[in-house]
Ligand binder design. Structure first.
Ligand SMILES: Cc1cc2nc3c(=O)[nH]c(=O)nc-3n(C[C@H](O)[C@H](O)[C@H](O)COP(=O)(O)O)c2cc1C
Length: 236
């Protein structure tokens, strides 16, 4: 039997990401988020419309997603209840949020600027995804249970950087899941993953099947043709 329940929040367990965005004075704001999911080289994030991160994304359309690992839980906690917005909306004031001009200093995370890029990454994060904004839309606007104004933001990832220590020994284009331990927010509590339970049947065939764009020459040409025809049937 399952009970019909009304949880106040639905945080069923998602990875924690520190989003780096560019402030108007050229400094970098960082903020923890966990409303995020990926498909291909794109992802969707859910952001409070009042956040500094949202303001920055709307202004300059670029960010770095720094993926936090389990060992960073304490530092991520230092970032909680901080906002880069001077004007703090009432729902954040009620939760005890404070303004922070420099969240790197206040949290203990280390800024790291890659060449030719203006946004600072979070050095402690072993995976850093550079991304651009593709679409911003209002989220759950007419749902009375949505307590805050929010946006669903589509990002396209343009570059993936990863620490060599979490890569597969024999394929540097792949993250080794045995070496990567994401920090997970599970109902406002921070968790890391335990050990692998099972081989997934999803992984029986090669991961390369997810990336036909990596094929070369005639194989790439033919694969694209076949996929295009197939996608057409679904209105794409
Ligand atoms: C672990 C964790 C996960 C969070 N997830 C989200 C989220 O998915 N979306 C969101 O808008 N805020 C989320 N927050 C709250 C933001 O960090 C908060 O809105 C913060 O003020 C954003 O900073 P900013 O105003 O400087 O952009 C989360 C906070 C923590 C600590």
């Amino acid at each position: 039997m399952k009970l019909n329940i009304e949880p106040s929040i639905m945080y069923f367990g998602t990875p924690v990401v520190l989003i780096s965005t560019l402030n108007e004075d050229g400094t970098t704001n960082i903020a923890p988020i966990s409303s995020i999911w990926w498909l291909g080289w794109s992802c969707m994030i859910g952001l409070d419309s009042t956040s500094k991160s949202t303001e920055n994304l709307k202004k300059n359309g670029q960010c770095v997603l720094n993926l936090a690992s389990g060992d960073l839980a304490n530092k991520v906690n230092n970032l909680a209840l901080l906002t880069g917005s001077k004007e703090i909306p009432i729902h954040k004031r009620l939760l005890g949020y404070k303004y922070s001009k420099d969240k790197f200093t206040d949290s203990g995370f280390t800024p790291n600027k890659r060449d030719s890029e203006s946004i600072n990454c979070v050095n402690e994060c072993k995976i850093q995804l550079t991304a651009i904004v593709k679409n911003i839309s209002e989220f759950a606007k007419n749902d009375a249970r949505m307590a805050i104004p929010a946006y669903a933001i589509e990002l396209q990832i343009t570059q993936v950087n990863a620490s060599p220590e979490i890569l597969l020994n024999d394929n540097k284009n792949k993250i080794d899941p045995n070496k990567w331990n994401p920090l997970i927010m599970n109902f406002r509590k921070l968790y890391s993953l335990s050990s692998e339970l099972n081989e997934s049947r999803l992984a029986i065939k090669s991961e390369d099947l997810y990336a036909p764009w990596k094929k070369k020459g005639i194989v790439r040409f033919l694969t694209n043709k076949v996929l295009k025809l197939s996608n057409k049937k679904y209105g794409h």
